[in-house]
Design a protein around this ligand. Sequence first.
Ligand code: ATP
Ligand code: MG
Length: 241
Amino acid sequence: MTGKEILQAKGLVKQFDGVRAVDRVDFSLAQGEICALIGPNGAGKTTLINLLAGQLHPDAGSITFAGQNVTRWKTHRRARLGLARTFQIAALFPSLTIREHVEAALQADRLRLHQSVSVEQVAEDILQLCELGGKLELRARELSHGDQRLLELAMALARRPKLLLLDEPAAGLSSRETDRLIQRIAGIRDMAILIVEHDMNVVFQLAQRITVIHRGRILAQGPPQEIQRDPRVQEVYLGEP
Ligand SMILES: Nc1ncnc2c1ncn2[C@@H]1O[C@H](COP(=O)(O)OP(=O)(O)OP(=O)(O)O)[C@@H](O)[C@H]1O
Ligand SMILES: [Mg+2]
């Protein structure tokens, strides 16, 4: 442990029936680092995110987050310690407005807010950042797919996490919407981010480091240029040697 790590997972295993979805994975993230997790469909990316966020508990291994052993902790307890995530399929309330979503996210975490800061002000700031400021009173069901993804991001940011886990944030977005999302994520400071993504444009524009997972195991890990050249990665991920 360097002292700068926000997250450290060791020997993680998660088995479903006959499948080892995550198989002895070691993974760590430094404070403020942006890492992309890539790999083919079914490689174990979402399962790993679920283990880190607490939706699933591992069969073996340990997870240390912000200095605490959180391996057996439930999701809300990890959230209170500063962990936020988004889902591969956005989890929104169709009839609530944008403002109501962000305020609810803030209320859920009000103990972490400074008393001098108003909920309205924080909601406003986050929504400006996510370019949703002009759409406060629209209901989630009235939003484009891209805006729904940005709203999910805004709700996660409202909690001011130390670690943000994003599961395919660009899935289903147009290239213009994807560019907006990249800009928004690139503008985030002082937050470690793990981003699962199939869109290599997103991965290479944002990630300082790439981790490749294949059949539940970490296949390679390193700076983007190194990963791009790695023949093992090309073979499993791009389907060519
Ligand atoms: N709840 C579950 N029950 C049984 N098997 C599961 C479950 N969740 C995942 N799996 C299996 O575990 C493996 C890893 O799945 P996972 O969803 O983590 O992959 P992924 O890398 O996120 O894939 P994708 O890119 O398609 O989202 C797959 O073989 C999948 O079928
Ligand atoms: Mg997945």
